[in-house]
Design a protein around this ligand. Structure first.
Ligand SMILES: [Zn+2]
Length: 190
């Protein structure tokens, strides 16, 4: 049997350490290849739905510490589980007006819960592990916090007053994007 790759070694190590704060040097050692574990961690989070927290996600953690709070999904990434293409990402962001579809934050802002700058990701509405596809209709714009399922919010939607306030504050280019988005969305619906 071939030696397991660095990602599989990280999977095994993390599974054996659910609920314990892990230091980055342990991940170095577990992966067997330093400099690579950051990318592998990101892939586990984004492609396989592992909820690995870092200091960006939890005030309990210091820089260089990681925590896998719950046992991750058993299933591996499907063979087609590749990253969403840049073109598809752009389409999703454009359609969603570059606003997190769960909490309503947009880039250029600061997340009031984490104090971090907002970064957007493309998330699946129905998870890949449950058979969700990479089609546009199954994708949505999420901020990093919502994408990791780490945000403490309900599915409450942003109010019209709040949205209009954001649009008024935005630059003319952003307003144009919102205008184009709404016009396209409601084209033909009267
Ligand atoms: Zn969000």
């Amino acid at each position: 049997m071939p030696e397991p790759g660095s990602k599989e070694r990280l999977r095994r190590f993390l599974r054996a350490n659910v609920g314990r704060v892990i230091e980055s040097h342990e991940l170095f050692e577990a992966s067997g290849r330093k400099n690579e574990f950051g990318r592998r961690i990101r892939e586990l989070r984004e492609d396989e739905g592992w909820r690995i927290l870092s200091h960006n996600d939890s005030a309990e953690l210091k820089p260089g510490q990681y925590l896998l709070r719950e046992t991750p999904p058993e299933k591996r990434a499907p063979v087609h589980g590749r990253a969403i293409s840049a073109r598809l990402r752009a389409l999703v962001f454009d359609r969603d007006g570059s606003i997190c579809q769960m909490c309503g934050l947009s880039p250029g802002g600061v997340d009031p819960e984490t104090g971090r700058n907002v970064r957007l990701h493309v998330g699946h509405i129905k998870d890949r592990s449950l058979g969700g596809t990479d089609e546009l209709s199954n994708l949505r714009t999420l901020c990093s916090t919502c994408n990791q399922g780490a945000k403490n919010i309900t599915t409450e939607k942003p109010t019209a007053i709040w949205l209009l306030g954001q649009v008024r504050r935005a630059g003319i280019e952003e307003q144009r994007t919102v205008y184009d988005f709404l016009r396209a969305k409601f084209a033909g619906s009267g």
